[in-house]
Design a protein around this ligand. Sequence first.
Ligand code: BMA
Length: 318
Amino acid sequence: MELPKNSHHSDLFKRYHKNPFLAPSDWPYKCNSIFNAAATIFEDKVLILCRVEDMKGASHLCKAVSEDGFTNWKIDPKPTMIAEPDKYPEEAYGIEDPRIVKLEDGEEGTYAITYTSFSTNGPLVSLATTKDFVNFKRYGVIMPPDDKDASLFPRKFKDKWILIHRPTPTSWSLGAHVWVSMSPDLKHWGDSQVLIPARKGSWWDAYKVGLGPQPIATKDGWLIIYHGVRTTAAGSIYRLGLCLLDLDDPTKIIKRCDEWVFGPQEIYERIGDVPDVTFPCGVVVKDDNLIMYYGAADTSMAIATASMSDVLDYIKNA
Ligand code: BMA
């Protein structure tokens, strides 16, 4: 069956012909779904840290590694990072949706993983670091509930780390926006401000926006791929938009595009545990190729690629 598509949808991002490239049936152990993976380059290979939902409903993280980022994924035979509610009570209902950055500025060799802890008081942002993706040092809660969709920038700005995150106000009509907060030590956070506000009314990104993959440094600024949610009578649609931030001061937006550039079209994106969701949490950049890893319908993992120069030209001319 061919689903109807809108006219220029996949001009910028092209779907990998073997999508979905990882599904629950590919997993070495029993699980319900594989989705919303972070991505990075580790030891010259592409490493993705997938959210795996188990058969009780809670999520943990499990890594898969590939030489080329597309094929021959070596999946850990058991969970790589699981919730530890005895030591970290905020992880009571599991851990979800990681983003990875490779730190600079005195922290070389360390990868920071921000993830959502599903606490008894709602979702919140936790931080852990690792040097080998086997042992993890937890920093615990860095943003209280409700807050999610977080990533660090890989370096400091005027001696401060910056975190992108998405707190949710108690009243939906006020909108859930992307914020930034600063920290001198990755533990104490403040100077919070709105970075990307959700739009309103009929906009594709009305009321709820959140960071997608980790911020990507380009010659023209930090590339931010964010998800926007449109609520319809049939549920929500999760699509992707683009923003460019100042390289030296990422609290400044250089450009925000009006139109979404990617959204649910294919059957594996439109049908699943949560229909109509394209939800990337990781990208890797190889030369001019941007390889985006996204969760499809909260069920499986898919890839879309773009030329970085085309993406930057698109943003400039949008
Ligand atoms: C968001 C997050 C994602 C999920 C999406 C669609 O709020 O919780 O983990 O993919 O909803 O269900």
